[in-house]
Ligand binder design. Structure first.
Ligand SMILES: [Zn+2]
Length: 414
């Protein structure tokens, strides 16, 4: 693409600020949980922007939003970009939103430049990348990829007892859940712009990251049940302390990741709830979440197998019962070589250095990889910080990412 694409960094900053004001936490923190009133107001704001750019919009039964710019050959599979606008409690303002508003800016800027794409260009705003409400990340893109079927969506419930489908219907999304799944061949490519959420680009002084693979998470829910009792009356030999068993399981989770011998393996106990949680009561039950990730599927599954085995052994040793549920075990995604090449070439055309890296966090791209060839473009995160109010990428860094995305999408759309 010879033509210069004018990205308006000031407008984009204003829109990011405006979107951040739709929040259930005081600024600078952002809390925006799927299907809440705040989420719906943010979506309404977004739809006014989509209409301003002159895109046709459709929403599916889960509220996934598709904004389309028809190409000159609309029968060809479209080229898509996009990300999410939901935010975990007390998060920052750039995670996901940079890919949504940046993607919209790309379509606006390409239109203004007089570019006429052969393939249609689409912006996708995925519902609920974050697992906050229903415990499973990316249920919007999972359903689009056919990984979560309508039956599972009717059973997946949040703390208020509502299922995904019930909550979606109350939020006004009343389409047919069977229509959420995308047909194969509907997209030629999907490219997501996202903040790195890690320190590598900033440390290297490189403005553009081109992702080669997205690490895949597996999530386990572990409940250990022992016996409660009075902290003074029950003597040590008689105890079946669930917390102590849980502590040993947490150590085993750490060991499973450390012992693969590669930094690409990570495992985390993020939730550790103790019941009844009283100062003079022996813990009778603990609930733990275990998050296991790797870029290599066999290694990741090896860690999961080992954690299950160790949990059973430790439970036996400590005379507690263990209930281990595997919530999800997604395969890692490999990015398409031609999309990676297009992104590197786009950075070079913009006079920006780029480097290839792995995404250790997962994104909707992980599930779009089951639908079509995918790529991701990262921009630096200040101090590598994310999922907290200090999350920051500068207007210049964001604009650079948007320009690289514009050239990449233009190249792919022809
Ligand atoms: Zn994100």
């Amino acid at each position: 693409m010879e033509r210069k694409v004018e990205v308006n960094a000031a407008r984009l900053t204003e829109q990011l600020d405006a979107l951040a004001r739709f929040s259930d936490a005081p600024a600078p923190a952002v809390t925006r949980v799927v299907y809440t009133g705040t989420d719906l107001k943010a979506r309404a704001y977004l739809k006014t922007l989509v209409a301003e750019v002159g895109l046709s919009a459709r929403e599916d039964a889960l509220g996934n939003l598709f904004a389309r710019w028809e190409g000159t050959e609309p029968a060809l599979p479209a080229v898509a970009t996009g990300s999410h606008i939901d935010a975990i409690p007390f998060a920052g303002r750039f995670d996901g939103t940079v890919g949504v508003l940046g993607g919209l800016e790309v379509l606006r800027a390409l239109k203004a430049s007089g570019f006429a794409p052969k393939r249609s260009l689409e912006l996708i705003v995925f519902t609920a990348e974050e697992p906050t409400r229903f415990g499973v990340g990316c249920f919007g893109s999972r359903a689009m990829a056919g990984v979560l079927l309508p039956r599972a969506l009717a059973e997946l419930r949040g703390d208020d007892g509502l299922s995904v489908l019930e909550a979606a219907a109350r939020a006004g999304f009343t389409g047919n859940p069977s229509d959420v799944r995308l047909g194969s061949g509907c997209y030629h490519a999907f490219v997501e712009l996202h903040i790195e959420q890690g320190p590598r680009l900033e440390a290297a002084g490189v403005p553009i990251g081109v992702v080669s693979a997205v690490a895949a998470p597996a999530t386990l829910h572990v409940t250990l049940t022992g016996a409660g009792g009075h902290a003074g009356a029950v003597l040590m030999p008689q105890r079946r302390d669930a917390l102590l068993a849980g502590a040993e399981v947490a150590r085993a989770v750490e060991a499973a990741a450390l012992e693969t011998g590669t930094p690409d393996s990570v495992a985390t106990v993020g939730v550790f709830d103790v019941h009844p949680g009283a100062v003079n009561s022996i813990p009778s039950r603990v609930f733990m979440t275990v998050d296991v990730r790797d870029t290599d599927l066999r290694r990741r599954d090896g860690m999961v197998t080992r954690i299950r085995r160790d949990t059973e052994e430790l439970a036996r040793k400590r005379h507690v019962t263990a209930d281990v549920k595997l919530l999800n075990a997604d395969p890692p995604a490999t990015c398409a070589a031609d999309i990676m090449e297009a992104a590197h070439a786009a950075a070079e055309a913009e006079g920006l250095a780029s480097r290839t890296l792995v995404s250790r966090a997962y994104h909707d791209t992980l599930f779009m990889a089951r639908v079509c060839p995918v790529g991701m473009i990262f921009i630096p995160s200040k101090d590598g910080v994310s999922h907290c109010p200090d999350e920051y990428s500068s207007p210049d860094e964001i604009a650079q990412g948007v320009r690289v995305l514009a050239r990449t999408l233009a190249a792919l759309a022809g």
